[in-house]
Design a protein around this ligand. Structure first.
Ligand SMILES: C[S@@+](CC[C@H](N)C(=O)[O-])C[C@H]1O[C@@H](n2cnc3c(N)ncnc32)[C@H](O)[C@@H]1O
Length: 186
């Protein structure tokens, strides 16, 4: 079974659980709500290609929305000298990412925040990386187009943005990577 099928199955399971009505009418606290996407890490070769495609430069500000174990943020800091922020709704992932940043010696360049990615202020971002799902990309698209400054780049592993055509698409080990550059008219 391919990775993408596995991710699809895992996501359906998450969505099914999330959609089952419960006896309690009280809304869950924001940080404890069900993740929109299950945790599946991006292979390092794909991480490297995503950062290359984004043309990350020293001192640029990068956000990984749904940052998992922090590998994209840590690599951007170590390899390109970027200032990275990882956002994840799962506190266990945040702890792992902080430990990985410590091991890589980049704690002064990165931070990891436990937060719902739809609440993140992206106005200072030069680069945003994503490995989410098609439906989540589409829900996030208006926020990316309104928050991000002209020249900012969005890079997504595996999933596109519907009819928002990418500026470039590359393939690594059978996985697609999409790049969009924000323009005044987006
Ligand atoms: C497919 S993994 C990608 C991890 C990492 N970006 C990578 O490429 O290796 C998706 C991550 O998004 C997180 N996530 C799911 N829904 C989220 C939400 N609403 N806000 C923040 N993080 C979320 C999950 O906990 C998981 O770690």
């Amino acid at each position: 079974m391919t990775f993408r099928k596995l991710l699809g199955i895992a996501c359906c399971a998450v969505l099914t659980v999330a959609c089952v009505p419960t006896a309690s009418a009280a809304p869950a606290a924001q940080e404890s709500r069900t993740p929109d996407v299950p945790y599946v890490p991006t292979p390092q070769a794909v991480v490297d290609e995503m950062l290359k495609l984004a043309q990350v430069k020293k001192g640029e500000v990068l956000y990984d929305l749904g940052s998992g174990d922090g590998r994209i943020v840590v690599t951007a800091a170590k390899k390109y000298g970027a200032k990275g922020t990882g956002i994840d709704i799962n506190p266990e992932r945040i702890r792992e990412a902080q430990e990985n940043a410590r091991k890589a010696g980049v704690t002064d360049q990165v931070r990891f925040i436990e937060q719902d990615l739809f609440q993140t202020d992206l106005r200072d971002a030069d680069v945003v990386t994503l490995y989410l799902l098609p439906s989540v990309n589409l829900k996030l698209r208006p926020k990316l187009q309104s928050d991000l400054k002209p020249g900012a780049r969005v890079v997504s592993h595996s999933f596109d943005m519907g009819d928002w055509k990418p500026d470039k698409t590359v393939e690594v080990d059978g996985r697609k990577i999409y790049l969009w550059v924000i323009r005044k008219s987006n």
